[in-house]
Structures are given as C-alpha cells and as structure tokens.
Design a protein around this ligand. Structure first.
Ligand code: GLV
Ligand code: MN
Ligand code: MN
Length: 427
C-alpha cells in the first residue's frame, strides 16, 4: 500500500489531488516559472532555440534539478537526454515520459516544458514518498523538437527512431551556416550514446493543447488518440536579376512577387480544406534582398496538414498545381523539396483507456483529441506503445508569450501522468 499524505502546501488545495502519491503543484509551477527565466523575452515568454547557449543553460538547470533524485543521466550523440530512475526489477523495460525544453523564437512557458517538468515532478514526488516502482522510469528531454533553428522539427526523436540518419542530421545547417554537429559540440550537448530506440514498455507525453477546444468545451484532460498528417516543403523560386527602374514590368522575372502568389495560394489551399485543413508559409529568404534589385531567388518553407492523410496529399497536389501555374505565368522556376512529414499516427488504445480510467479516478473530465501540432510522441508511436495527454491552453494561444495554462490545469496533467506511470511501472 502506498502511504496517504495530505497536500503539503496550504497555498494550493484541490480535493481531487488528495490520493497519493501526490505531485506538488506549487513546486512544479515554480519550476516552470524558473525555467522561463532562461532566454526570457520582453513580453514574458522564452526564446531557447535548439543548441543555443539558452538551450544549454536550460538543460544544465534541468540536470541540476535532477541531481538530488539520484538519476542516471545518459545523453546521445544528437543531444537527447535520458534520466533514469531504477526499479526493483532490473530486467524490466522502463516506463518513459517527457517532452522538450527548446522553444520557438516567440515561445511561451509551457509548450514542451510542461511535459519535461511534470515528468521531473513525477520523479520528485516518488522520491519524496519513498516509492520504488517495479519497472525503471526514464525522463526524456528531446533535442530540437521545434525545428525553428534546424529543420526538420522533432529532430532528436527522428534520429533516435531511425527516421533520419545521424550523419544527415549532423550536417543540417541553420540560417547562418552552422551545422547541427558544430552546434552540438559548441554547446557541449553531444553525448557518447549512439541514438537508437530504447528498451521501453511505454511512452507518455503530457503537453498543452495549443488550441481552443478543451477550454471551449470545459474539459480538463484531452486524451490524444491520433494526429494530423503534415507534409513539409522547401520551395526555391528562381527568376532573373534586374534593375527596379529601367526593366519594364513585362520583362521581369521577380522571384519575390512569385513568392507572394505562392504564399497566398498556400493559404487558400488550407481555407478550401477547412475545418480540418491547415497550411502555412513560415519562413522566407529573399536574394539579393537589396534595394534597387528585382529579387531573383526566393526560398520558402511551408507545410500542409489535415486529419485525413488523403486530403493532405490532395492539398500537396493543389500546391504543386498552383506553383506550376505561377511559374509558367511569371517565367520563373519553382523547385519543391518535400523534406519531411509527420503522422498520421494512431496512439495506443490500451494506454488511452488507462488514461481515461485514471482521469475518472481523479474525477477529471476527458475527451478524445487529435493533435494538429508535431510532437516527439509521433516518432515513438511506431516503436513502443505511446500516448499523449493534453491540458487546456487559455484561449488556445500558443507559440506566443501569452501562452498559458493555469496552475491547476498543470497540476491535473502532472498528477494524471504520475498515476498512469505508477500503474504502468508496477506491472
Ligand atoms: C512542429 O512542431 C509542427 O507542428 O510543425
Ligand atoms: Mn511542443
Ligand atoms: Mn511548439
């Protein structure tokens, strides 16, 4: 039998968190707020692009917090961090959980971070309660989930899953020409372990919803049953250099003007696929980007995504058709590099049922959800029974300093993670 405690902190009380072992909502909240001070942005968010000094500082703080818990720290050559708590059965595969500490440039305090720090809180609570699970537990911080600095997103989990060869990942460069390999070395994050699938019995990721559905429906926990299918592209539009004055309008081959049409076509493709279609152009580099020059090379990154993989593929077909029309009409060339995809994933049904049951034990309301954003769990799902749980995002705001979930919402998610981990690790 596990010991029965009262919540230690009088400043926070929720009847539903009375059964033990219990996470400490205030300690978890404070860790989230302390982590947000690394790479702070003026509007109250965080900017910790992968393998920058800010990311390295976040990782160091995380390791400092892990220190009193006597965990075994392992790190692989792509910078994924694994913190292992031994179980009583040394032969049992581990129950694993976590997320990512890197952010987008306009990052908030919760996306990814809540999954890692709630995992830390699970380990802290077990440590405090003196509970040894049968199976070992493993807490993970994946490298470069966001893909803001180095594309593609979910890079660390992609490499660990064998979807992206390590050598290819190490050679990828950021917009300043710095390679992943160089950045790993400079930030001290290249570990000795060969990236590979690990010996896990289950993978769980707690994440914020990043959308408005849970708040609108008053649901406390989202059980993620599956994900959208997304297709990522780099487009290169090549025109001809010329002068912005003497060159008559009908003699120009302006790559930036063509890009403007492509960007609007991408948006139109998503609007035509509402409510479940999404498409965005999120990155642009224009050459020579000099006053006086009609631009002649413009590069874009865009993606299309939909609940239905077939529709996502049709969206790509529409994109290719629009590009071909624009290229022909404007006398430019448009090359497309479909460099990555994710999903569609169906998460483990048994784990989903376990999360529903554990939520019911805590009287937390649930609904099944489909994830529209990329997550490392998508890379784990083909390898190990995997599940994700969402907590609400206030007003659905994300990738924005205003991103917010309440202390209570975070606590509910972390407690449910602990409850699920405990059950999985005792069998
Ligand atoms: C990555 O996080 C994505 O959703 O593209
Ligand atoms: Mn995330
Ligand atoms: Mn994100």
């Amino acid at each position: 039998m596990l010991p029965v405690n009262r919540p230690q902190d009088c400043c926070y009380y929720d009847e539903r968190l009375r059964m033990t072992p219990t996470i400490d909502p205030n300690r978890l909240w404070q860790s989230l707020m302390d982590m947000a001070e690394i790479g702070p942005t003026p509007e109250g968010g965080s900017c910790r692009l992968a393998l920058t000094p800010e990311d390295a500082a976040a990782r160091a703080l995380f390791l400092r917090w892990c220190q009193p818990l006597a965990l075994r720290h392992q790190q692989d050559a792509i910078g994924n961090m694994f913190l292992r708590r031994p179980g009583s059965d040394t032969a049992a595969p581990a129950v694993a959980f976590g997320s990512h500490l890197d952010t987008v440039p306009t990052g908030g305090r919760f996306d990814g971070i809540v999954g890692v720090l709630a995992g830390l809180e699970v380990l802290r609570a077990l440590h405090e309660a003196g509970v040894t699970t049968k199976a070992p537990l493993e807490l993970v911080n994946w490298m470069n989930e966001e893909g803001s600095r180095f594309r593609p997103a979910m890079m660390g989990s992609r490499v660990a899953a064998g979807e992206l060869p390590l050598a290819a990942a190490l050679a990828i460069t950021d917009d300043d020409g710095v390679s992943v390999g160089r950045a790993l070395a400079d930030s001290g994050q290249a570990g000795p372990l060969a990236p590979a699938p690990r010996d896990w019995s289950a993978w769980l990721e707690l994440h914020i919803e990043q959308g408005p559905v849970m708040e609108a429906t008053g649901v406390e926990i989202g059980i993620v049953v599956g994900t959208m299918h997304a297709r990522y592209f780099q487009l290169t539009i090549t025109g001809e250099p010329s002068h912005v004055g003497p060159t008559e309008m009908n003699r120009r081959h302006d790559s930036l003007a063509a890009a403007a049409e492509v960007i609007l076509a991408v948006e139109q493709i998503a609007l035509a696929a509402e409510p479940n279609g999404r498409a965005s152009t999120s990155w642009i580099v224009n050459t020579p980007n000099a006053r006086g020059n009609v631009p002649h090379i413009t590069r874009l990154h865009c993606d299309v995504r939909h609940n239905s993989a077939d529709t996502a593929i049709e969206m790509e077909t529409s994109l290719r058709q629009a590009m071909s029309d624009i290229a022909q009409r404007r006398g430019v060339r448009i090359d497309i590099d479909p460099y990555a995809t994710f999903g569609p994933i169906v998460f483990d049904i048994g784990l989903g049922a376990l999360l529903h049951r554990k939520a019911a034990d805590r009287q937390l309301s649930t609904r099944d959800m489909i994830a529209a954003a990329g997550h490392d769990s998508m890379l784990m799902a083909p390898l190990v029974p995997s599940a994700m749980l969402f907590i609400p995002s206030v007003a659905g705001i994300t990738h924005n300093p205003k991103e917010f979930s309440t202390k209570q919402q975070v606590a509910h998610g972390a407690q449910l993670l602990l409850d699920a981990v405990l059950e999985l690790a005792q069998h």
